[in-house]
Design a protein around this ligand. Structure first.
Ligand SMILES: NC(=O)c1ccc[n+]([C@@H]2O[C@H](COP(=O)([O-])OP(=O)(O)OC[C@H]3O[C@@H](n4cnc5c(N)ncnc54)[C@H](O)[C@@H]3O)[C@@H](O)[C@H]2O)c1
Length: 268
């Protein structure tokens, strides 16, 4: 018996990174998974690799910025596997060229990020909830970000959209808990997804590592295992929460690292 045996899960942005890790883990633990992604070839490839290992999966196209496409992905899941009991609203975008500080950020980019990062969570949940109620309940998990808890020099739209995801998670949990639907979020710190590895200079990765409490970076499976737990009945009394998976990067006074350095020098 797997940890999520026979649950039916739709994973958005499942062709890469955090979504892909989660799809593989859920399938390994007995869930039937629909991998939905802009990158349809990647989604199909991921589904094939799950099937090759004896799991049940299908890959489909999704544009998380489009209401009709989100509705179709939910309907497809219910038609293909009979119901839906897990929804992982994982798609999220950032844009370091246009999502800048408050004075300079591009307003069209603000709207685009709010649509893809936030409204997609609302819509995925809106279309899935009636089916989950029919199925006797379910678990919705949203990908937030530590950027939803903190300020930053840039990415004001991204941070605001993820902060809203954190609170929307509580609203969904409050409104549908009595229907046996739980809703939680996971807030990753820096996770070394292929995209993060590609886009970040080694110097930037070093800065992140310096301020982690742990001596290593996060990996997609660190988020995948958290989502697996939230999808499973092991977390049946947890709802409305956002679990921070961030290597202890944000737990201490930010000046601790500099004080440690100062004390190291003072004692040498
Ligand atoms: N990697 C990190 O360090 C990190 C940190 C905090 C939060 N997050 C969040 O984690 C989530 C996943 O990020 P990731 O790092 O795994 O990214 P990723 O780029 O590896 O994967 C994202 C996937 O989403 C798909 N996608 C993008 N736009 C889409 C759209 N409009 N419709 C459907 N699919 C779309 C892409 O094709 C890709 O397969 C995002 O919500 C992101 O904000 C990531």
């Amino acid at each position: 018996m797997g940890r999520v045996q026979d649950k039916v899960a739709l994973i958005t942005g499942g062709a890469s990174g955090i979504g892909l890790s989660t799809a593989l883990l859920l399938a390994k633990e007995g869930a039937k998974v629909v991998i939905a992604d802009f990158n349809m070839d990647g989604a199909k490839e991921a589904a094939e690799s799950i099937k090759a290992q004896g799991g049940e999966a299908v890959g489909i196209f999704l544009d998380a910025g489009d209401e009709k496409s989100i509705k179709e992905a939910i309907e497809y899941t219910v038609e293909y596997f009979g119901h839906i009991t897990v929804l992982f609203n994982n798609v999220g975008l950032t844009n370091l060229q246009k999502d800048l500080d408050v004075v300079n950020l591009d307003l069209d980019e603000w709207d685009r990020l709010m649509n893809v990062n936030l409204k997609s969570v609302l819509l995925g949940s809106r279309f899935a909830i009636p089916h989950m109620i029919k199925a006797g309940g379910g678990s919705i998990i949203n990908t937030a970000s530590m950027a939803g808890f903190t300020g930053d020099a840039v990415r004001a739209a991204y941070g605001a959209s993820k902060a809203a995801v954190i609170n929307l998670t509580k609203y969904i949990a409050t409104q549908y808990g009595k229907d046996h639907i739980r809703c939680n979020a996971v807030a990753p710190g820096l996770i070394l997804t292929p995209a993060a590895k590609r886009n970040m200079a080694p110097e930037v990765l070093d800065i992140f590592a310096k301020y982690n409490a742990l001596p290593y970076h996060g990996e997609p499976d660190d988020i995948g295992y958290t989502v697996l737990f939230l999808a499973s009945d092991e977390s049946k009394f947890i709802t409305g929460q956002t679990i921070q998976v961030e290597g202890g990067h944000y737990i201490a006074n930010p000046s601790i690292s500099d004080f440690n350095e100062w004390m190291r020098k003072a004692h040498n």
